[in-house]
Design a protein around this ligand. Structure first.
Ligand SMILES: Nc1nc2c(ncn2[C@@H]2O[C@H](COP(=O)(O)OP(=O)(O)O)[C@@H](O)[C@H]2O)c(=O)[nH]1
Ligand SMILES: [Mg+2]
Ligand SMILES: [Zn+2]
Length: 310
């Protein structure tokens, strides 16, 4: 207890221009202000609070809440801040355990390059990834089965869903429950629909929250965390059009493709980039069908991009 009230641990659920929505350790959801705009605990490039941050909050006797401190982040999912002259980091969300990469069949169409990009970003943040192919009610399974097999072969959990008719929503829910997850994927892929399908009550509650505390306010990043009935946290994100790499280097990209890892030590050159070198164990694995050719192709394109930007 402090002189002006009780101190709680809390988690930031959403950030607004000068207010933060926080869930306290006792389950209360409150609007809070901050004592200091910049926190000593955060380095220069991460001085802004983001959704997912753990904080210490003082609740005053008059009911107001003030964020006093931010805890060091255990994980942070970051991208290059778009449209900035100077390279800067944008932390999308802090402290998540898992990325749920939602790809859509039908409209918008499956974009494997974009999917591989977000998987690389998640790998570099040490997050586990689940891949969802949503809207399977719209297309024949020959449109997605080969891609699903490729990602399963790479070691990812893959679920093919329809938020529209409920197919495999239980399977997705089982992968989400108990792990703080962030849903990512293009706008219109069905992220919000899937979250509502996982917890039918959620849509109503989202709307209720929108009408009461979130009304007329725009979050600064549109990343919003929801709490499921069992306490699981899930973050919904808008479709990020740009996911520029932050602090990912060309020479570490191969390790961010998990299915390459077992082959890399057997390349003839320790500096092998798995592109044009002879006796490359990764390319051999592609030829044998042990590494998916489209994944290797994504790797080569991302490698080129990283080499050009450095
Ligand atoms: N046919 C079909 N439509 C879906 C499915 N999931 C979502 N949609 C529709 O796709 C549109 C975008 O969904 P939304 O959840 O807002 O996508 P978000 O932008 O990723 O959050 C809405 O019109 C949904 O009704 C699905 O599994 N099948
Ligand atoms: Mg949405
Ligand atoms: Zn190689």
């Amino acid at each position: 207890m402090t002189s002006d009230g009780y101190e709680h641990t809390g988690r930031v659920l959403a950030c607004y221009r000068d207010e933060w929505e926080v869930v306290l350790d006792d389950g209360r959801i409150m609007r809070a202000s901050v004592r200091a705009r910049h926190f000593a605990g955060l380095s220069e490039h991460e001085k802004f609070l983001v959704a997912g941050d753990m904080v210490d909050v003082t609740v005053r006797d008059d009911g107001g809440a003030v964020i006093e401190r931010v805890h060091p982040r255990e994980t942070s999912l970051s991208r290059l801040r778009p449209r900035m002259r100077k390279e800067a980091e944008q932390v999308i969300i802090a402290n998540v355990e898992q990325l749920v990469a939602v790809a859509s069949l039908g409209a918008p169409r499956l974009n494997r390059r974009m999917l591989d990009r977000v998987l690389v970003i998640a790998e570099s943040a040490d997050l586990r990834s689940v891949i969802v192919f949503n809207k399977i009610d719209l297309v024949h399974e020959r449109e997605w089965l080969p891609a699903a097999a490729a990602y399963e072969q790479a070691g990812y959990d893959v679920v093919a869903t329809s938020a529209a008719d409920g197919t495999n929503i239980d399977e997705l829910a089982a992968l989400v429950r108990g792990r703080f997850s962030v849903f990512s994927g293009p706008s219109g892929a069905g992220k919000s629909s899937l979250l509502n399908a996982i917890e039918p009550g959620l849509g109503i509650r989202v709307r209720e929250v929108g009408e009461t505390t979130r009304k007329g306010k725009h979050t600064t990043s549109n990343v919003t965390i929801f709490r499921l009935e069992d306490g699981t946290l899930v973050a919904d994100t808008p479709g990020f059009r740009e996911l520029g790499f932050w602090k990912i280097h060309a020479d570490e990209l191969d390790y961010l493709f998990p299915e390459f890892r077992e082959h890399i030590p057997r390349c003839r050159f320790t500096t092998c980039s798995h592109s044009a070198e002879p006796d490359c164990a990764v390319k051999d694995a592609v030829e044998r069908g042990e590494v998916n050719a489209a994944r290797h192709d994504s790797y080569l394109r991302l490698l080129e991009e990283l080499r050009q930007s450095s």
